[in-house]
Design a protein around this ligand. Structure first.
Ligand SMILES: CC(C)(COP(=O)(O)OP(=O)(O)OC[C@H]1O[C@@H](n2cnc3c(N)ncnc32)[C@H](O)[C@@H]1OP(=O)(O)O)[C@@H](O)C(=O)NCCC(=O)NCCS
Length: 180
């Protein structure tokens, strides 16, 4: 197993992460609903993580973007893109990145959920469950079976999830503690 560390994303990782996304998703990534949401505003670098080898090589990356749900105004995060370098797949880096990002997001105490668009068989064991069909809208078409949520705190689902998901910067509400 490659020796690796998970660390918060730093600005100097940006080019390597972009190259990783190009390799993993290709140009089609720009048309995805999750991308459309992410282009509404910046990701949160403090809750976005990279997996690095002992030599400092980028092995994988996960980003977290602050979002709100339209009707409720509840705050959460959109997880993604998650990508692992082709040469380093199936060594646990992807799961380690997701676990760390979810754990740190939960520790903020203000986010009620982590949402993502992805493959349920990969994310189910990491605590993600399907969003009830029709409950939330993304800014683009999404296969409803791929819209998954990880609750944070005890009030997260289903109450906090309703309506259009948008970048937090478009919201007029401020984050409130997720738990009493
Ligand atoms: C998906 C991805 C992030 C997984 O990262 P990884 O570090 O290779 O995966 P892990 O080592 O954490 O987990 C490997 C396990 O997940 C499984 N797995 C990988 N991708 C999967 C998928 N899309 N659906 C279901 N299972 C998947 C592997 O078969 C393996 O199963 P095993 O443990 O039973 O052998 C990586 O393959 C990748 O970058 N893919 C291209 C981009 C992408 O699809 N991102 C996710 C969008 S949903």
């Amino acid at each position: 197993m490659t020796d690796f560390t998970i660390a918060p994303e730093r600005a100097e990782c940006a080019d390597a992460i972009e190259a990783l996304h190009e390799d993993a998703f290709g140009p089609g990534r720009f048309t995805r609903a999750a991308f459309r949401l992410r282009e509404q505003g910046p990701h949160d670098a403090a809750l976005s993580f990279v997996a690095l080898s002992a030599a400092g090589e980028l092995l994988g990356s996960v980003r977290m973007t602050p979002v709100v749900t339209g009707a409720s105004g509840h705050h959460g995060y959109l997880l993604g893109p998650l990508a692992v370098a082709v040469a380093h797949k199936n060594r646990g880096f992807g799961r380690a990145l997701v676990r760390r990002a979810v754990e740190e997001t939960g520790a903020t105490g203000t986010a009620r959920f982590v949402l993502l668009v992805g493959d349920a068989p990969y994310y189910n064991p990491l605590g993600f469950v399907p969003v009830p069909k029709g409950r939330v809208l993304m800014p683009g078409p999404v296969d409803p079976t791929r819209l998954l949520v990880h609750p944070l705190g005890d009030k997260a689902v289903p109450g906090a999830l309703a309506g259009m998901v948008m970048h937090e910067s478009r919201s007029t509400t401020t984050p409130a503690p997720a738990s009493p």
